[in-house]
Design a protein around this ligand. Structure first.
Ligand SMILES: [Zn+2]
Ligand SMILES: [Zn+2]
Length: 163
């Protein structure tokens, strides 16, 4: 069981690396025709880019099938991919892009930095010139500005209470 949890955690970390590489070199590469839908403004509920969920879902399913009866390490890899997919959806689609209106504004520095980093990624609407391709890994420089913005908001809030 402990090995299982270890493999899940390792897979989760590896998936962030895989997602980064995929995003930078494949999505902004030869699969740009699918990912483009995510970099342009539109009013549709779904994007061609959502096909990537199906891709990772199938991948996880494959690992589950290969790794059960008897249960082996591949089952846990499948579980890691699934968990990463859920985390990605909650952070990227719900929290950042607000496809479901579940979260309000955050006062958490990590979440704020993550949001800012991804909005910078979306500043560029074309295939080239984007930065911050990661999802859960955020470059340290965003933490500093996120912290300053939150501090300023906090001060303004306090200021308005006193008036
Ligand atoms: Zn992109
Ligand atoms: Zn996005």
């Amino acid at each position: 069981m402990l090995t299982g949890i270890g493999i899940i955690l390792l897979t989760f970390v590896v998936m962030e690396g895989v997602a980064w590489l995929m995003h930078k070199y494949v999505l902004h590469g030869f699969l740009w025709f699918l990912h483009k839908s995510h970099h342009t403004h539109h009013k549709h509920a779904f994007e061609l880019n959502d096909l990537f969920f199906a891709y990772y879902g199938l991948l996880a399913m494959l690992f589950f099938i290969l790794g059960s009866e008897p249960l082996d390490y591949r089952f846990w890899i499948g579980a890691g991919i699934t968990l990463y997919g859920i985390a990605y959806f909650v952070i990227h689609d719900v929290f950042i892009h607000r496809r479901l209106k579940l979260f309000g504004k955050t006062s958490n520095v990590y979440l704020k930095a993550l949001n800012m980093a991804h909005k910078v990624h979306h500043k560029v609407h074309g295939k080239y010139g984007s930065e911050s391709f990661g999802m859960l890994w955020v470059s340290p420089r965003y933490f500093r500005s996120a912290y300053q913005i939150l501090k300023k908001q906090e001060q303004e809030k306090r200021g308005s209470v006193h008036h």
